[in-house]
Every structure is written in structure tokens, then in C-alpha cells.
Design a protein around this ligand. Sequence first.
Ligand code: NI
Ligand code: MN
Length: 226
Amino acid sequence: MKITYLGHACFLLEISNTKILFDPFITPNPLAKKIEINGIKADYILLSHGHQDHVADVEAIYQNTSATIIANFEIVRWYQKKGLEKVHPMNYGGKWKFDFGTVKMVNAVHSSSMPDGTYGGNPAGFVIQSKEKAFYYAGDTALHQDMKQIGEYYTIDFAFLPVGDNFTMDIQEALEAAKYVKTQKIIGMHYDTFPYIEIDHTAIRKLAQDQGKELVLMEIGQSIEI
Ligand code: NI
Ligand code: MN
């Protein structure tokens, strides 16, 4: 599986030739200036919640790629009203088998409204059992006990977890979340984009190392194979 970091909470995954994009927030992100959104190819766009810093580039990328938008019912409805018809609505506890793997929508402790203030349903995370690896994309969330269930029912190879604090959990809680979902490998997200969430990379890497966890903080534009 190839993972490319496009800044903030946005990742492009390539799983057996299928491209899935999470939470596109690229053109408004000054740290992601070098990313050209017209060059992004996607088959699916997964959205954790409706906040601007997760959906800003959805329409542009949808128009370029006609990717299917996977999100909660309210977010999907909002895009349908704008004429974006290739959608797949989900909600907590539900799963669906797509060609790249099975997606289960799980809860996140956060909020969710669309950029125009419309109710955006409940914020979500995703547990994805792909053809290659199984992983958890937490979305924006506080640490919560339900993550333990993910660890009980799934074998998680790695987890995308927010580490930036202020709007989400911090690194200490992300390390706890990694214990709950029983994974050694964390890909950090939701840090540095805004002054409220700037973090010291060296310090948080050390905290992870001290707990025997691998914390990956990708460069924007960087790709890794997992
Ligand atoms: Ni948010
Ligand atoms: Mn956010």
C-alpha cells in the first residue's frame, strides 16, 4: 500500500490500483502549496466530518476525478444538493464492501458542521480492512474508550491519529489510542497547519519511542510504502 501525505489530515492511499483520498484540505493550506490538486487522481474520497479543514477541496477533486464520496448521510446529502451524485452514505456501526476493502464507520468525539453552517451529522472515523492491510483512520477526535473495541475486533496494522492537541487529542493520548486499537505504528496527522496545533516533532517522536511505538510524521508530498 502506498501512502502519500497531502498535509493536515489529507492522505492519498493506493491499495491494489485503487486510489482513496481522505479529508482533502489542500488549496487553503499554506504548508501544502506545492501540491497541485489538478494532478490528484482518486477513485474514492472519504470524509470524516464536515469541517472546512477536511472538505475544502472535495468539489474540485470530485469534478476532476468523478470519485465516489464516502461520508455520513448528512454530508452526502449536502453534496447531492450541490449536484455531486456519486456518493455512498454511511453511519456509525455500518460497514460496506468496496472494491479496495471493507469500510466500517466508527464514532469520533468531535463536532461536524459543513462550511456554510449546515448540520454535518456526527463526526466519524473509519476502520478499513483492505486487500493489503487493515488500518484505522481516526478523523478528528478526543481519546475515547470505544477505541478499545476496535482493538478487540480487528487486527490493526497501523493507525492515522491526530496528534496536534487543542482541537483533538495530543500525542500522549494518541499513544494511548494506539494501545487501545493494539497497533505499534502511528501515522500522525492534524498538526502544524495552524498556530494552535504546532508541535515539536523531535519531542513527540521521543515520547513515542519511549513507549515503544513508531510515530511517522510524513513530509507533505512524501510517499511511503507500508
Ligand atoms: Ni474538525
Ligand atoms: Mn480538523
